[in-house]
Design a binder for this molecule. Structure first.
Ligand SMILES: Cc1cc2nc3c(=O)[nH]c(=O)nc-3n(C[C@H](O)[C@H](O)[C@H](O)COP(=O)(O)OP(=O)(O)OC[C@H]3O[C@@H](n4cnc5c(N)ncnc54)[C@H](O)[C@@H]3O)c2cc1C
Ligand code: FES
Length: 422
């Protein structure tokens, strides 16, 4: 055997040993994590925080229907001026009901339709971006431009209206705070907040609420943006991180600009990803809250589960699909399989369900039956419709509260023959 061959064999053996050790460490840390999760789900809590006090809110009933608000103040939050915060005070001057950090408001906007030169009603949801204050609410809205490379497409209707037309002193119609994505205050585990872009808004509410309450709950915030010009509330977050030992701020820039200094403006170059969480988080049980663009959610949520996080400890919210673009417009077509029939009782139409349709809302609109809609994400409740007969299946968990014998058209498909009050 030559010296070269011997050296090669030794190298291969060393590499094999390193690989085996790495696999064993990975397996061990996953097992430890699963044991932590299993253990803390039982009677013996593994993780303890130094305080069991939960963030308490004064009881205050929400309102029915729409309430009028006045824009007290508007302020840009990023260097690019693409995110604008609106401070809203109630017209009646009465104390505002509390909300859970992470919840959103639903707006019914009257916006001029450029094509028809008339006002049209547009419903959109915006997360509350601050902790509860009795005299005002705050939302922070990102301007949604036309999709890249499609200059003929109009930019986002509601966000453009809010940015370009809504001024201080103007009035807005608002539904009470709602939503099922919010901080679990009853089980005060350490929280890991993962935000992509404008998905930071509900996280800001959570961070501000926990830190202002003074409870000693550990909060990790991973906030991914392209660069510093896109980052919102930079100073506010840095000040909080400097003042609170239990707040751990991790800013990730996927494309840092030459003005962004690593270690000052951001902590990590690249996107928020599982390897980053693994290397920066201590081995313990957390609640994970994720809100961001679709690709981020699609990689991170399953990634957390693969890492060994119990799915009960993962909470997430998507701001789409009102802000997601369908690549092909659905058009109804004749189908030759055993049909499910959808009957629209008020319109007196019975139509064979087309499995190519993503949702009953899409199917209904494509067949020229008028129904209300807003977020198209199961959040605002606008498309709620009475089901007179039959059942629907939801393709995601509804966020809006649904009345008995009703369904949300935007996130459901028929399970069997269906009669809708539409
Ligand atoms: C629970 C919840 C909370 C939210 N919180 C926030 C928040 O805190 N801050 C925030 O900024 N947003 C938030 N959103 C998103 C927000 O509700 C809106 O979806 C967002 O502002 C975009 O609305 P828009 O009316 O401006 O855009 P839309 O008019 O809905 O347009 C969306 C996109 O589609 C494109 N488009 C329009 N017409 C066409 C066409 N014919 N063909 C192809 N593309 C087209 C537009 O150019 C735009 O890019 C939240 C959403 C939900 C569901
Ligand atoms: S359109 Fe908002 S819940 Fe369906």
């Amino acid at each position: 055997m030559t010296t070269g061959n011997l050296a090669l064999i030794i190298l291969v053996v060393i590499l094999l040993q390193v690989a085996i050790v790495a696999v064993l460490i990975l397996f061990h840390s996953q097992r430890q994590y699963r044991e932590l999760v299993a253990g803390s789900a039982g009677t013996q809590p593994i993780i303890t925080t130094s305080s069991t006090k939960s963030v308490s809110m004064p009881p205050n009933p929400a309102w029915e229907g729409l309430r009028e608000f006045i824009v007290q103040r508007r302020i840009y939050e990023d260097d690019n001026r693409t995110v604008c915060s609106f401070y809203l005070i109630p017209l009646d001057g009465k104390s505002l009901p509390t909300f859970k950090p992470g919840q959103f408001l639903t707006f019914k906007l009257s916006i001029k339709d450029v094509n028809k030169d008339e006002l049209r009603s547009v419903v959109r949801c915006y997360s509350l971006s601050d902790t509860y204050r009795s005299d005002h609410y705050r939302i922070s809205v990102k301007r949604t431009p036309a999709p890249a490379g499609q200059p003929d497409v109009p930019p986002g209707v509601a966000s453009s209206f809010l940015h370009d037309h809504l001024q201080e002193g103007d009035r807005l119609l608002v539904k009470a705070p709602s939503g099922h994505f919010y901080l679990m205050e009853e089980a005060p585990l350490p929280v890991v907040l993962i935000a992509g872009g404008i998905g930071i808004t509900p996280m800001l509410s959570i961070v501000n609420t926990v830190l202002e309450s003074g409870i000693n709950r550990e909060v990790w915030l991973y906030y991914g943006v392209s660069n510093g010009a896109e980052q919102i509330m930079k100073k506010h977050l840095q000040t909080l991180a400097g003042a609170h030992d239990n707040f751990h701020l991790h800013i990730c820039h996927s494309a840092p600009s030459k003005n962004d200094v690593e270690g000052i403006d951001y902590q990590h170059a690249g996107r928020v990803a599982i390897p980053l969480l693994r290397t920066t988080l201590k081995l313990m049980r957390y609640q994970f809250y994720v809100c961001g663009p679709k690709p981020m959610m699609e990689s991170l949520v399953p990634g957390l589960e693969e890492w060994g996080v119990n799915s009960d400890d993962i909470y997430y919210e998507s701001f789409g699909p009102a802000s997601l673009i369908k690549h092909e417009k659905y058009e109804p077509k004749i189908i030759d399989m055993q049909p499910i029939t959808v009957t629209f009782s008020r319109s007196q139409k019975s139509i064979a369900w087309d499995p190519a349709a993503d949702s009953l809302l899409e199917f209904t609109e494509a067949n020229n039956i008028e129904v209300e809609s807003g977020c198209r994400a199961g959040s605002c409740g606008s498309c709620q419709t009475e089901v007179k007969d039959g059942e629907v299946v939801y393709n995601q968990e509804p966020d809006a509260d649904i009345e008995p014998k009703h369904c949300l058209l935007c996130i459901s498909i028929p399970k069997n023959d269906l009669v809708l009050d539409a």
